[in-house]
Each structure stands twice: as structure tokens, then as C-alpha cells.
Design a protein around this ligand. Structure first.
Ligand code: MEV
Length: 356
């Protein structure tokens, strides 16, 4: 059974002076009708390396963003942030909205069908946390606008428009966040697929995966960490190629372990991946400490997830006891966390839930 819908009305709201990074927000607090949705995500293996052509494995969260587009002057309001932009506004959100509207017109399908609308979106995830909040927003806004115009795009068409939005926030995105925002599910993504192959492929996990997602309490800028890794590539190209190859191995080993349900082996891949990411300078003392503590409490593996430089880590746990022990330890460190379950059920439907 896909349990996502059971949890969909609950969400995690953006950090604000009055709210902690992962505090739940109910739908009553944010009464926006929905005709577009985008999923948040966790990257299980291969973030950053994916920008440079290595495959990565990610899973959609049922939490993400919801949006509604209706008749009105083109504008975008985001709740619970209380932010509103109009066309031509020189803020990142304004630029992203403009880029999305322009890409919608360029990508068709029939220029006459594409209109502009007033959009309201509700974001259920903290921003700058490595959970794909900006891509989820972009996906939800695009889908709401398309729904209002009766436009149905295929995945590649939607991905290309959503990327116009994402580039404003992330500079040189691989496309994994937008792809997962649009697809959800457990997937393998590669930025430059071989001719005839697809960028995104669904994955079936041999066993249900239980992850604790913990927030470091610091926000991270993916744009900055991606640029830091690009600097490393430019300054030590040979070492960088060797490191990319180590990433390639760990993603391949992790994919194998995931497919056959070898959780210990998958956990070991999480640890290896974290070490590689830390070597690229995209972890923080806070994330390292959280991963260390999760491992000490019995997690099978732990790593930062997403852009790093702050944001979230994930820990793979075996069962309820493991989940409780890791969450208790993170709480002792003053860190908020939730559990998400990822797996494959018959019919290819993804079973996932988030428990704040
Ligand atoms: C961010 O969620 C994932 C990164 O690999 C950047 C990207 O792929 O666009 C860090």
C-alpha cells in the first residue's frame, strides 16, 4: 500500500524565527487548493558526483510542495513563508518564476495554449536543507500552471521547463532534484545518459529501507557547494577523476546491495559516500558529528544528503528500535529528525511515509 497519502496533509515547514526547521504544519494552517505537486527527495548515494556524470540514487518524499494556479495577474505567493513575487522582480524567486514562465512558452506545446496565472504554493519542507525544496516548488508551480491551461507534458518536456527554474537557485544542477520532484519514487539518475538510454530509471529495492532524516540546524547552499567541487575539479583534475571513479564504485555497489536487500552492505556504502563527500569539503562538523553518533547508536550507515554545507543527513536503520535509538540520540544533540520508509511494492508502486 502506498501510505504517502496518509501523511500528505502533514508537512514540514520552512525555518523561520518562530519555527524550528522540521516542525510539522497542518493543512489547516495553509489552505491552498492543489492542482500541482512536486516531491521533495533524499539522495541515497552519489550527490555532487552526479553533476559530473556519475549515476546517483535518490528517493522521492511524500512531502514536497503543492500549488494552485488560477485566473489572475502573473504572480507567485509561497506559504508559509509569506513571500510574493510578480514578473520581473529581481530576487532569486522572482527570477526563477520568470525563467519558468519563459521556458513554458518556449517548450510549447502550442504557444496559444500557454497562459500566465496567479499561483499560490505551499512548501512542506525546509529550504536549503538538501531535501529538494526548490525543485519541489518548481515542479508544483509548473504542474499547477499546466493544469490551469489543460497542458499535459511528457517527463522530458516537464524536466526541461523545471530545470529553467532550478538553474536560478543551483547554478549548474545535474537535474536529479527536478527529476525526482516530478517522478517521485526510488530512482537511479544519470545526467548524460548513453544514446537511447533514459536519464531516470525506477529502482526496485529488495527490502524496505528505513531512513532517519536529521537536520543539522544549519542551512546549506547547494550553489556554493557545487561551485566548491567544480573548483576542486579545476585545481586537481587527476585526483578528481580518481575520486569520481570511487563515487562510481560506491554507487554501483550500493545499487547492487539495494536491489538484493543487503542492508548492511548498503549502510557501508552510505559511510563510504559520506567520506568521499567530506573529502570534497561539502560536509560540516555538525553533519559529521550527527553521522558518527547515528552509527554509534546502531545505524547501518549514515551520510549527508543533497548539497551539504549544512542541511540534512540520513541514517539507515534496521527496525523500530534502531529508528528510536537514532532519533533519541539526535534529539539529545538538539537536532530534529523524522523517519521515512522507502521501498517497492507490487506493481512498481512506491511505498513511503514520513513520520515527524
Ligand atoms: C543536490 O540535491 C544534489 C547535487 O548533486 C547537485 C545536483 O545534482 O544538481 C549536490
Amino acid at each position: 500500500m502506498n501510505q504517502a497519502s496518509r501523511f500528505a496533509p502533514r508537512g514540514l515547514c520552512a525555518p523561520s524565527p518562530r519555527q524550528s526547521p522540521l516542525s510539522p504544519v497542518s493543512q489547516r494552517d495553509s489552505p491552498v487548493l492543489v492542482n500541482g505537486h512536486g516531491s521533495g527527495k533524499v539522495i541515497l548515494l552519489g550527490e555532487h558526483a552526479v553533476v559530473h556524470g556519475v549515476p546517483a540514487i535518490a528517493a522521492g518524499l511524500s512531502l514536497g510542495a503543492r500549488a494552485h494556479a488560477a485566473e489572475g495577474a502573473p504572480a507567485l505567493r509561497i506559504e508559509p513563508w509569506g513571500v510574493r513575487v510578480e514578473r520581473g522582480q529581481a530576487t532569486p524567486l522572482g527570477a526563477a518564476f520568470d525563467a519558468l514562465l519563459a521556458a513554458r512558452r518556449l517548450e510549447g506545446p502550442e504557444p496559444g495554449r500557454v497562459r500566465e496565472h496567479a499561483v499560490e504554493a505551499v512548501i512542506e519542507l525546509p529550504g536549503s536543507a538538501g531535501l529538494g525544496s526548490s525543485a519541489a516548488r518548481g515542479g508544483a508551480v509548473l504542474r499547477a500552471l499546466d493544469a490551469a491551461d489543460g497542458i499535459v507534458r511528457d517527463f522530458d518536456g516537464s524536466q526541461s521547463v523545471a530545470l529553467a527554474w532550478e538553474r536560478v537557485f543551483h547554478g549548474n544542477p545535474s537535474g536529479i532534484d527536478t527529476a525526482v520532484a516530478l517522478s517521485g519514487g526510488l530512482v537511479r539518475f544519470v545526467r548524460h545518459p548513453a544514446p537511447g538510454a533514459r536519464a531516470l530509471a525506477p529502482l526496485a529495492a529488495g527490502r524496505l529501507l528505513r531512513l532517519v532524516v536529521g537536520h543539522s540546524g544549519q542551512s546549506g547552499s547547494t550553489k556554493e557547494t557545487v561551485a566548491r567541487v567544480a573548483d576542486r575539479k579545476a585545481s586537481v583534475p587527476e585526483a578528481f577523476e580518481r575520486e569520481l571513479s570511487a563515487f562510481r564504485d560506491v554507487v554501483a555497489d550500493g545499487e547492487r546491495a539495494l536491489r538484493v536487500g543487503e542492508l548492511d552492505a548498503l549502510g557501508a556504502c552510505f559511510d563510504r559516500c559520506h567520506t568521499l563527500l567530506a573529502g570534497w569539503g561539502v560536509s560540516t562538523d555538525g553533519l559529521d558529528a550527527m553521522c558518527e553518533r547515528a552509527r554509534r547508536e546502531g545505524a547501518l550507515g549514515a551520510k549527508l544528503t543533497g548539497g551539504g554545507g549544512g542541511g540534512c543527513m540520513i541514517a539507515l536503520v534496521r527496525d523500530d528500535a534502531g529508528d528510536a535509538a537514532v532519533r533519541r540520540a539526535l534529539a539529545e544533540m538538539g537536532r530534529e529528525a523524522f523517519e521515512t520508509t522507502i521501498g517497492e511494492t507490487k506493481g512498481g508502486e512506491i511505498d513511503r511515509r514520513e513520520t515527524p
